[in-house]
Design a protein around this ligand. Structure first.
Ligand SMILES: *[C@@H]1O[C@H](CO)[C@@H](O)[C@H](O)[C@H]1NC(C)=O
Ligand SMILES: *[C@@H]1O[C@H](CO)[C@@H](O)[C@H](O)[C@H]1NC(C)=O
Length: 732
């Protein structure tokens, strides 16, 4: 499709958004190292980004302090071995590739271009002030239908490694793949006809690129995608207006329509009334609640954290390296906490990030069975993280971090405000005790809890995932995932539950006239390379077990006993959580003990979570087999980072965490990685319509005999004199 019609269609897809942008081409914004730099800034130019309809998309509308810093990235240089590739480095990688033999003659697409992190030992040895270890890039590119995994050495300017993947799957889609897929059906007259026959003007069409998983031969040998469409007529929330049963299979490389399935012509397109969620669309409607007075957190002396050299965060007793990643979203590295007794900076975690998501829908019918998304490996969890909205996504005094990513042509672009860092005081209590008057002691000792939050929010088409890493001064780290955004819904002929025949399977809940919210699960798996006071650690299951007393021993008949079981090999650490078998999961350093002899450690503490109930042999579950257990522990291996495999798209599941763990390698007193899966079952309800209030869950990494005593014993309480009094401004 030529550029002008592409643009026109985009205009349609974006439902009339940002008309001004259409005067210039979106693709190939001029950028060569010698020219005056004009970056592809995701705030304003990329179609995928503008489709998110962010209110603050015009940088000139932002207050000075929040203005994206795109221009300042151009001269950026790396300061830390783990710092992401800079604009100049990405450009250099691209120019090296352009002179590398197979890449000089044939067109290629870059599916991933990121820093190849130096060996862990090298990073651990590195100190600020030392020269940086050699900078290298890991590149995944498709050339002539084959996936190349390349290492590019920036210093020598050469490609030092070029391996062709033999895995069943394909690399993460590019934004360009996804954008192309949404237009491709229009080349087919049958598609145009059926859309129009259903009463939808082609001008009102919005289409979504849907990864199709792998179910057998049909998905072998070519990169395919399914496209389904919606009507934008009368609403920005087109997701609530599905053209049900119309599925178009597109070949992502040839851009051909491979197949059209056109079922459900009798299913009406749900109405547009009451679907819009934008404030502009609803603000004139009656709000049946007393509006809140303005509220915000005050920091009269500014925040207490600093960010050194762009990526090293220092706050209270914590220090860690933070960077955006196109696939993982946020990567936290070298998280270290200062000891409350000795003042030493102690290792807790070498690296932590969300490694994969798995979102299977529970509807086996033709237009739905394949919806089993793996949002990191298929779509790029970080690529989908949109700029955060100051004051609403993150509070005042937040620090915003931009990402520099590579587009499909290898050129860098800036995703501004992708991550925010802020301190949170939410009225919580750090610790307390009050003495009752019966003791005659008038004691009230309370400490407020202030935490540091690192946040990103990914909008994977309809759904929004908010990922928080929250650091506490008592050493606890809470990893929290919030789900919001818009349900993926199914059209139905029924307007009311009373019309649905008794035994008819709906696969979900009727949410509005002709709209069904289909039941689905969400799993987010985290990679946690724990290094408790060094790399060699053990994983210990501390099982609480009932002990029965003998008749004469005690008036009690039973009590609970903590039994420690050190996991020797991987299979000992394949954990399914059970309420009836309470267990703590400790990562300890067996060669380091506290004053009184306990091994120092951190424990993984789960909160509400969910386990997959699908048949383990169901093709989606084979691909998502990393959710078969809630916890796994593997020996550190730098090639095992992505729980669903390096090449997830259309993969058969032969390279997942579940497969690696079956090797049953030794894990005792070794450098180990803990994998934790946070899960949600979602049976939609009417409150989720037309947009969902956030649902969250979390898990904690909590010190267990890591400190000699309460590490926040000596922190001071809040006093009136230290806090400003901000009264409502008098009208002057
Ligand atoms: C389908 O409709 C679109 C939008 O009107 C148009 O650009 C395209 O050429 C049509 N396709 C065919 C095959 O007629
Ligand atoms: C490291 O991981 C790769 C990929 O799973 C595997 O081929 C290799 O055997 C692993 N090495 C060890 C020592 O387990």
């Amino acid at each position: 499709m030529e550029t002008t019609s592409l643009l026109r269609f985009l205009f349609v897809v974006l439902s009339g958004l940002l008309v001004l942008l259409f005067t210039r081409s979106w693709f190939h914004l001029p950028y060569t190292p010698s020219e005056k730099v004009e970056l592809l800034d995701c705030n304003s130019f990329s179609p995928w980004c503008t489709s998110k309809n962010r209110i603050h998309s015009n940088p000139n509308l932002l207050p000075n302090t929040q203005r994206p810093k795109s221009q300042s990235h151009i001269s950026e240089t790396p300061h830390h071995p783990l710092d992401p590739l800079t604009i100049q480095e990405i450009n250099k990688v691209r120019s090296i590739l352009l002179t590398y033999a197979p890449f000089t003659s044939s067109p290629f697409t870059i599916h991933s271009l990121v820093l190849q992190e130096p060996d862990k030992a090298v990073v651990l040895r590195w100190k600020k002030g030392n020269p940086l270890p050699p900078r290298r890039a890991s590149v995944i590119a498709i050339l002539g239908g084959r996936s190349h995994i390349l290492t590019v050495d920036l210093e020598s300017g050469t490609v030092t490694d070029d391996e062709i993947s033999s895995a069943s799957g394909y690399p993460t889609m590019t934004i360009e793949d996804m954008t192309m897929a949404t237009f491709a059906p229009l080349s087919d007259p049958a598609f145009n006809r059926t859309v129009q026959d259903r009463g939808v003007a082609l001008a009102d069409l919005a289409c979504l690129p849907i990864s199709l998983g792998w179910f057998g031969k049909k998905e072998d040998g070519r990169r395919l995608i399914k496209v389904q469409c919606y009507s934008t007529e009368g609403t920005a929330n087109f997701y609530m207006r599905p053209i049900e049963g119309l599925t178009v299979v597109i070949d992502m490389d040839t851009k051909e329509v491979v197949e059209i399935t056109d079922r459900g012509r009798d299913i009406p397109i749900p109405k547009s009334e009451n679907t819009d969620y934008r404030y502009a669309a609803v603000q004139n409607e009656r709000l049946w609640m007393k509006p809140l007075n303005p509220i915000s957190m005050e920091q009269p002396k500014g925040p207490s954290f600093t960010i050194e050299d762009g990526h090293t965060v220092k706050w209270a007793n914590w220090q860690f390296h933070l960077k955006p990643d196109p696939r993982a979203g946020v990567i936290i590295s070298q998280a270290n906490v200062r000891d409350s007794e000795t003042g030493d900076l102690r290792n807790v975690m070498y690296k932590g990030f969300s490694t994969e998501l798995f979102v299977p829908y529970m509807d086996p019918t033709d237009a739905w069975y394949f919806k089993t998304y793996m949002d990191a490996g298929e779509y790029g969890f970080g690529l989908q993280a949109m700029p955060l909205d100051p004051l609403n996504d993150c509070p005042r005094h937040s620090h915003y971090m931009d990402a520099v990513f590579a587009a499909a042509d290898g050129k860098p672009y800036v995703r501004s405000n992708m991550i925010c860092v802020f301190e949170r005081y939410a009225g919580e209590i750090g610790w307390r005790h009050a003495e009752s008057p019966i003791t005659g002691m008038d004691i009230r000792e309370v400490r407020p809890k202030v935490t540091l939050v690192v946040r990103m929010a990914a909008s994977v088409a309809n759904y929004d995932y908010i990922v928080d890493w929250e650091f506490q001064t008592d050493g606890l780290v809470r990893i929290k995932v919030g789900l919001s955004g818009i349900l993926m819904v199914k059209g139905t002929p029924y307007e009311n539950l009373n019309q649905v025949p008794d035994h008819e399977e709906m696969y979900g809940t009727i949410l509005s006239e002709n709209v069904i919210g289909v039941i689905h699960d969400h799993y987010i798996t985290f990679y946690l390379d724990m290094d408790i006071d060094g790399s060699d650690n053990s994983f210990v299951k501390v099982n609480l077990e009932r002990q029965d007393t003998s008749p004469e021993e005690s008036p009690r008949r039973s009590y609970l006993k903590a039994k420690r079981n050190v996991a020797k090999t991987e299979k000992d650490a394949q954990i399914k959580l059970k309420l009836s078998e309470p267990t703590e999961f400790h990562v300890i350093n067996p060669s380091k003990r506290t004053r009184v002899g306990n091994p120092v450690g951190y424990k993984v503490v789960s909160a509400g979570t969910a386990a997959s109930l699908l048949d383990p042999q169901d093709p989606p579950q084979l691909r998502g087999a990393f959710t078969n257990n809630q916890i796994w522990v593997t020996p550190y291996n730098r090639s095992e980072e992505w729980a669903g495999g390096l090449f997830v798209y259309q993969s058969k599941g032969e390279d997942t965490l579940a497969v690696w763990s079956e090797r049953n390698r030794p894990i005792e007193n070794k450098d180990i990685v803990v994998w934790y899966t946070l899960g949600f079952h979602h049976i939609p309800c009417q409150e989720d319509y037309p947009i969902m209030p956030t649902v969250s869950s979390s898990f904690d990494l909590k010190p267990v005999n890591f400190f000699e005593s309460n590490p926040i014993l000596r922190v001071p309480p809040n006093l009136e004199k230290d806090l400003p009094v901000c009264a409502a401004a008098a009208s002057s």
